[in-house]
Design a protein around this ligand. Sequence first.
Ligand SMILES: *Cc1c(COP(=O)(O)O)cnc(C)c1O
Length: 303
Amino acid sequence: MIFKPEYSINQKVFLAEDKGVELYLKREDLIHPFVSGNKYRKLKYNLIEAQKKNFKILLTFGGAFSNHIAAVASAGHEFGFKTFGIIRGEELEYKIEANPTLSFAKQSGMNFKFVSRDEYRNKTSDSFLNSLKEEFGRFYLIPEGGTNALAIKGCAEILDDEDFNFDYVCTAVGTGGTISGLINCSKSSQQVFGFPALKGDFLHQDISKFVTNTNWELITNYHFGGYAKINEALVNFINEFKNGYKIPLDPVYTGKMMFGIFDLIEKGFFSKGSKILAIHTGGLQGISGMNTILKKKNLQIIQ
Ligand SMILES: *Cc1c(COP(=O)(O)O)cnc(C)c1O
């Protein structure tokens, strides 16, 4: 059996009591040194399945700064799989060393195939996947972002018995796998709020496919213009948060969620006397990639 439970530490941090609500943060970012937060949860049952079916190769898809790519590379290295990453953007082939995510993945043994943005759009097409099988051999496919039924099963383990006395559970949302797991394991007395890190109306439908409970909602006004888009206010918030609580947030997901939660608390959105549990889904490896971009633009970086 792989993925030993020594990684399942459960640290909740009390952050604030403000406007009559208590806010706690669940440190899933500490679950593993490299396969952080929700990516660990999403990979767990997939790797068990891959091992059971005797796959030697994991293949997946991702962009230049993808937490998922870093996680698959590291987990593959740790648990004895060869890994292939199909990366969006042909130009990146010559910029691996300048890219912290890709150079980490490479050091963890990941092999890359760089494809154009057009070609990348075929990531779920049978003919493209078959051509990859011819090129690389039999592989266990993990979809972009890692979301599938087994990933959602893993994410349903994020909440434990003590977490069911929280009124609200909040998480950042990318593909919707993590929130689906949280919704599935939540109690009907709880409300699950998702903070999408990107624009688009497809998420509600995607999540609905994986869940039966209806105690959830997406809060769509904290995406900061779209996926991996940030501004000075967000960078300031992340830096102040770290100064105040000694806890780092990432700029793509958890920073936006926490910005949203603070703003909503300020506006009196959560009912008085309630307890909020925010999930720190990890993603901290993305900070240095974002900082290389901020430095090039002569903007304030994330500390
Ligand atoms: C990938 C990721 C998410 C999004 O998870 P989904 O299951 O795709 O919704 C949220 N937070 C962090 C830190 C991530 O890396």
